[in-house]
Design a binder for this molecule. Structure first.
Ligand SMILES: Cc1cc2nc3c(=O)[nH]c(=O)nc-3n(C[C@H](O)[C@H](O)[C@H](O)COP(=O)(O)OP(=O)(O)OC[C@H]3O[C@@H](n4cnc5c(N)ncnc54)[C@H](O)[C@@H]3O)c2cc1C
Ligand code: FES
Length: 280
């Protein structure tokens, strides 16, 4: 069993969990994920690792409450135990010496992009982080991001902080930086990664996204996480989760993510609980 050491709602609809998972903490690298189960016979869901402490053997994840299992995670408290925590899974994000990197994040991606930004900075890159949300009260870990980045930008749909609008306003952020950007990394909900990739395409800057298809085993065996990238079939769990956002077949990804909507709603209806859509 894996102990939940801390569990708290960090902003409405996003929960932060610190888990005792020494094997994961020892090996995990920026961009990798774990698969957890809340109950012995429950479904397996992937979560990106947002931080870790190799000495104490703990990891931090952020969970956006969008459905049955994430709703159960949202109700966990310190002292709860998880029967399954598998990982680290997937490939680490490439941490090269690129020059200037724009790290774009929203929702749970605000957490998952943090170790990537930190590692890029430690590797000598200039890091510009763009946090996006519906409104300013949905931002978290601002101080940590400030430390990991050379400059922090905000985009809010209601204009309560930073630029008003969606991730499609990225070109204005890039114009205000006024120096060449050599790579862009986007983490968060599917729509943010898709729209972000669309607006960076004309600039010809490599845009790396962390894909979030439905997963089961996370080790390349079930085929559920199949995505098409550059016309080729890939399994996000073992070939990714990072891919070039300009090459992803986004419509197929959206369609496959919706495959089990009817089944996913059943336990919510019978339990009477209500998760919230994150707009993807
Ligand atoms: C590599 C990876 C990393 C991820 N990291 C995070 C993270 O750090 N924090 C976070 O909140 N979410 C993360 N996700 C998404 C998260 O796994 C899903 O939101 C979660 O599984 C939804 O489960 P649910 O039962 O609560 O919702 P459901 O009602 O089952 O589904 C809601 C929507 O989530 C998607 N989904 C359902 N089951 C899965 C599944 N097994 N795998 C992936 N997507 C699914 C579907 O599009 C579905 O329509 C990640 C996904 C992947 C693939
Ligand atoms: S989750 Fe089964 S192959 Fe990727």
């Amino acid at each position: 069993m894996y102990k939940v050491l801390d569990a708290r709602r960090i902003v409405p609809n996003v929960h932060c969990l610190t888990l005792e998972a020494p094997a994961v903490a020892r090996e995990v690298l920026p961009g990798q994920f774990i698969i957890v189960r809340v109950e012995e016979d429950g479904e397996r869901i992937p979560l990106s690792v947002a931080d870790w402490d190799r000495e104490t053997g703990t990891i931090t994840v952020f969970v956006c409450n969008v459905g049955n299992t994430t709703n159960k995670i949202a109700s966990l408290r310190a002292g709860s135990e998880l029967p399954t925590v598998v990982g680290p899974l997937g490939n680490a994000t490439e941490i090269g010496k690129f020059g200037s990197v724009l790290c774009v994040c929203g929702c749970y991606g605000i957490g998952s992009v943090y170790p990537i930004a930190r590692a890029l900075k430690e590797n000598g890159n200039k890091v510009f982080t763009v946090m996006e949300a519906r409104s300013a009260y949905l931002f978290y870990w601002e101080e940590k991001h400030r430390e990991a980045a050379d400059k922090l930008f905000f985009i809010t749909r209601d204009g309560s902080k930073g630029i008003k609008g969606h991730v499609t306003r990225l070109p204005e952020v890039m114009a205000s930086i006024n120096e060449p950007i050599h790579r862009i990394v986007i983490n968060g909900c599917t729509m943010v990664m898709k729209r972000g990739s669309e607006v960076t395409r004309p600039f010809g800057i490599k845009t790396v996204v962390s894909l979030n298809p439905i997963m089961i085993d996370g080790t390349g065996m079930c085929g559920v996480c199949r995505v098409t990238v550059g016309g080729q079939t890939k399994f996000a769990c073992v070939d990714g989760p990072d891919f070039d956002g300009h090459d992803v077949d986004w419509e197929e990804l959206f369609q496959r993510r919706r495959s089990y909507v009817g089944e996913e709603l059943l336990p919510m209806k019978t339990s009477g609980c209500g998760g919230h859509s994150h707009g993807s």
